[in-house]
Write a protein that binds this ligand. Structure first.
Ligand code: 9MR
Length: 756
């Protein structure tokens, strides 16, 4: 990071040798409330900020056209930070709404190590924000800086107060340290399902456990089974099996000596609510439509996002990245001469990007939730109902899951390159701001210019697969729409065949959005051809699917399929959707699903926390990977009826609900201690209470060994895989929400609600 440290005129003038007024005990800044003009002069700014002192504030205009946060800085030098000391950074700011601000207490030289940080877009009204931190290192020369760059247009910023106090009491560590050594599914066990808990205990001798009802009566007892050291959690553990208890009820607790577990239920119907909440997530993250409190819940209502109403520049007429940028990220001067209306769809995650590959897999798994219910519940599942969820389309005669899916399918189709253009029929890889939006912020206030990125073969095939599946399921409800979907799917597939290696590079993730890099689309071809075959029954598509190396090959990675590796999804579809697949072929695909399921069961048997996921390092969004593996096993149950598979899925869900190294439920609103501070621009109550909270039924990404954000690196270095998680909004690499995570959650919740 480099910047000039020139002082602005007035401040330079004021920078006289003022005598510091007595400050509060432990206060590092001489004049936190800007009461004395002379002291304000100790603040400096880059030349593109014109500041003036006024009683009680420093106010000024930050120039536009800055790219990086550090391209415009207001700062205060001459501080010192001590390793291990606790500090509180408190600031009061105001400005033009949406103005990007990062306040950092940091080393005043390369590498500018930040110890405390408050990142926020400002509001017109004064906001007071604070952050407690412990300095990880001593910095004899430290500074407090406000990075204000990243706005195209000039904007006004006021700093009304800035305080940095040392000697703070250690705050109670939030949420991620488990309060009980007995890790249970804090939500619900099934009456006729397996019931296991994990006890964290160094002592290798077995120990007695007791199960108490809500009224404190002993319902069962037994002895733990010592399991020794478990690498995935980094803990010495015992397991407890109380499967013999079958009586439904709430408020059960396991007790070992003085230690009691969090309370939990035994219930056959608990997942009905989760199915609705997990699905309800999607309405709340819709783009391009007003969200109504009456449907989304109090506090979630907001104007339509990215609808093109100032200061929002919208998705209604979006052009492509400029050729200069394209040269940098694609190595070619690609651009386009048209603009597309790509309003609608769902926001991807904590950010406001809309990415076709991730939208494709998410919508496919929502459609799959419906399709599974259609073929495996004799038409009895509520998942098939119109009126299941609170969405604007409820009551229109079309099942709600299909309505929700259609919202995204429309968006995916809008990402197609128009006829007559080079690359016609291909899908743009993604649309997002040309800079990361600084949150918390609601989408209609986002001021970034949105741009279309180069089409990719992967996106095009995702569109083909999802549209083909949608065409099949919507045919009964809207023939014309179904035909449009199918025609689009075929068009996309052909375009992908004509452009089989147009890949999204890693370098396309450097500004404003994720890269969603993928340079192997063999699996996408297999998936799209499979869906087109399942919809049309046309042998030509089957021939294409069969020509894929995935036809005979292994489709299920041990660590779970995802947006980048979709062959597993295709295989599940071929194995479970009724089709004219020749008997021998059907047998082969079903056998491969069963074999994969057996392998996941073998993994699970080795895991004293009961999850069917055991890589040496946990991946980004590991919670959804655990669930994807469960979906394979659930599908094996659907095609074989073998109850072992159902029971294994139920047990693996315990991990998600708190039977894990951290004793935390990863589904917001479910369990006693649950993730609730996920990184999200709009569900940002944990950083600013004026924003809505993360909605009930949202899945946190979860432990990620590849710590990729500063906060996680600082807090979690050296973590065992299961412990690489922190419930803090700054940790986007371990604690985000995303459509491709809530879709499998919806699928598995629906399965567990229905499977008996
Ligand atoms: O889920 C994505 C994960 O597989 C990648 O490793 C990671 C880094 O590129 O990005 C994840 O996706 C994020 C995307 O880039 C931006 N929106 C939020 C997504 C979830 O964290």
């Amino acid at each position: 990071m480099t910047y000039s440290r020139a002082m602005t005129g007035l401040l330079a003038l004021l920078a006289s040798h003022a005598i510091s007024a007595p400050a509060a005990a432990g206060e590092l800044l001489p004049d936190p409330a800007f009461a004395q003009p002379a002291l304000a002069g100790e603040w400096w700014a880059t030349p593109n900020i014109k500041f003036e002192y006024q009683p009680g504030a420093l106010c000024g205009v930050v120039a536009g056209d800055t790219a990086q946060p550090w391209d415009a800085i207001l700062g205060f030098n001459g501080l010192a930070l001590q390793k291990g000391e606790r500090y509180r950074l408190s600031i009061t700011v105001s400005g033009d709404p949406g103005g990007p601000m990062r306040a950092l207490a940091q080393k005043a030289a390369e590498p500018w190590t930040a110890e405390g940080e408050i990142a926020r877009s400002v509001n017109a009204g004064k906001q007071t924000l604070s952050e407690d931190f412990t300095a990880a290192e001593t910095h004899a020369e430290a500074q407090l800086v406000f990075q204000l760059g990243g706005s195209d247009t000039p904007w006004r910023f006021c700093l009304h107060a800035a305080s940095l106090q040392s000697g703070q009491e250690a705050a109670v560590e939030s949420a991620t340290s488990a309060s009980s050594a007995i890790r249970v599914n804090q939500f619900a066990y099934f009456p006729n399902g397996p019931k296991h808990a994990t006890l964290v205990r160094k002592d290798p001798s077995r120990v007695e456990w007791r199960l108490l009802s809500a009224s404190g009566e002993q319902v069962a007892s037994g002895f733990s089974k010592p399991q020794g050291y478990n690498p995935s959690s980094g803990l010495d553990v015992h397991t407890i099996d109380f499967s013999g208890v079958r009586a439904p009820g709430d408020g059960y607790r396991l007790v070992v000596g003085e230690e009691a577990s969090p309370p939990f239920s035994i219930s056959a119907s608990a997942y009905d609510a989760l199915r609705v909440d997990a699905l309800g997530y999607f309405y709340k993250v819709r783009s391009g439509i007003e969200i109504k409190d009456a449907l989304a819940g109090k506090g979630y209502g907001r104007p339509a996002g990215h609808a093109g109403k100032a200061p929002n520049r919208g998705d209604t007429s979006v052009g492509c990245v400029d050729t200069r940028t394209a040269r940098k990220v694609y190595g070619e001067a690609w651009s386009c001469g048209y603009k597309l209306n790509v309003a609608g769809g769902w926001y991807d995650a904590g950010d406001f990007g809309k990415y076709v590959v991730n939208g494709g897999i998410a919508v496919a798994q929502l459609l799959g939730t419906y399709e599974r219910a259609l073929h495996h519940t004799r038409g009895a599942s509520p998942a098939l109902a119109d009126g299941l969820a609170l969405i604007p389309e409820a009551g229109n005669g079309i099942p709600d899951i299909l309505d929700e899916a259609r919202w995204e399918l429309d968006f995916l189709m809008s990402m197609m390159v128009p006829e007559g253009e080079a690359l016609a029929g291909m899908a743009h890889h993604k649309v997002h701001g040309n800079r990361w939006t600084v949150g918390p912020i609601l989408p209609h206030r986002d001021r970034e210019l949105r741009v279309l990125h180069r089409p990719s073969t992967a996106a095009t095939l995702n569109l083909a697969a999802a549209a083909a599946q949608g065409a099949r399921l919507l045919a009964r409800y809207d023939r014309a729409y179904s035909e449009k979907l199918l025609a689009t799917a075929v068009r996309a597939y052909r375009a992908a065949e004509a452009n089989p290696a147009l890949h999204a590079p890693y370098t396309d993730g450097s500004f404003g959005g994720g890269d969603y890099q993928d340079d192997d689309v063999t699996d996408e071809f297999y998936w799209a051809a499979s869906e087109l075959y399942l919809t049309t029954g046309d042998k030509a598509w089957l021939d294409r699917a069969k020509a894929s190396p995935y036809w005979p090959g292994a489709a299920f990675p041990p660590n779970g399929f995802d947006w980048r590796s979709v062959a597993g999804l295709a295989r599940l579809q071929l194995a479970s959707v009724p089709s004219k697949l020749p008997k021998r072929d059907l047998k082969a695909v079903q056998l491969s699903v069963r074999d994969a399921a057996e392998a996941y069961l073998a993994d699970q048997r080795q895991e004293p926390f009961g999850l069917m996921y055991r890589p040496e390092r946990f991946g980004w969004g590991s919670n959804h990977s655990v669930i994807q593996n469960m979906i394979v096993v659930a599908t094996a149950y659907d095609i074989t009826g073998d109850k072992r598979f159902l029971q294994a899925v139920r047990e693996s869900m315990d991990y998600i609900f708190g039977r894990n190294a951290l004793g935390i439920s990863y589904v917001t609103g479910y369990g006693t201690t649950y993730a609730q501070r996920q990184y999200s621009n709009m569900f940002a109550a944990s950083t600013d209470p004026s924003y809505p909270a993360v909605p009930k039924g949202a899945l946190a990404g979860g432990p990620n060994s590849g710590l990729a954000d500063d906060y996680a690196i600082r807090k979690l270095e050296g973590c065992a895989p299961q412990a690489c998680y922190v419930d803090d909004a700054r940790s986007y690499s371990t604690n985000e929400i995303a459509i491709n995570w809530n879709a499998p959650l919806t699928w598995i919740a629906s399965f567990l609600a229905d499977a008996r």
